[in-house]
Design a protein around this ligand. Structure first.
Ligand code: 4NP
Length: 179
């Protein structure tokens, strides 16, 4: 998916605002169950931020819309796929809260359903402006228009998700570093 000028401006404005206000930039990754895609994005971003020495400049979290896995660690298949690449995904699943729309600068939805749910849940127009399709950041995956739900897929689906998320998180970190 192509990074649109609108999305790029939203991200750069949020980065600049956090810098001007001398506070960390806060990022929230959102999927359905918060046990596969969004905790992986959360873990990858934490790892990349730590390696870049930017841990104290970022607040990173994730959540989902479906509460059936609340309190759970990520799906064992996602943890296993992550371990293969050196990640340790330890986030505990939680559902989205109304306050998330106030507390986070940028809110990333993984697929069209997550994005539609976010737009519906956003309490204000200002909150809606924070919502970003994660797939837009995956610049090395131009044919990908969503981070697809791997829950019903085989192991390949989990690696595909990690590929897209590493691409997208890498681009996001680059934008933060270069702004
Ligand atoms: P996620 O995947 O949204 O990437 O965490 C899913 C996990 C669980 C379910 C659906 C999607 N579920 O229906 O239980």
């Amino acid at each position: 998916m192509k990074l649109t000028n609108k999305t790029e401006k939203i991200i750069r404005d949020a980065i600049r605002r956090a810098k001007d206000e001398k506070r960390p930039l806060s990022l929230l990754f959102v999927c359905l169950g918060n046990i596969c895609r969004s905790p992986a994005a959360d873990g990858i971003m934490h790892d990349m931020a730590a390696k870049a020495g930017m841990e104290d400049k970022l607040i990173i979290d994730s959540c989902g819309f479906y509460g059936g896995h609340a309190g759970d660690l990520p799906d064992s298949r996602m943890r296993q796929a992550g371990r293969q690449r050196g990640y340790d995904f330890t986030h505990r699943s939680r559902t989205i809260r109304p306050t998330d729309f106030e507390n986070f600068d940028l809110i990333f939805g993984m697929d069209d359903r997550n994005l539609a749910d976010l737009h519906e849940a956003a309490p204000t127009l200002e909150a809606e402006e924070k919502i970003i399709p994660m797939a837009e950041l995956a610049q090395n995956h131009p044919d990908v228009d969503a981070v697809p739900d791997p829950y019903w897929s085989g192991a390949d689906g989990f690696y595909h998700v990690l590929n897209i998320l590493e691409d997208g998180c890498g681009r996001l970190l680059e934008m933060i570093q270069n702004s």
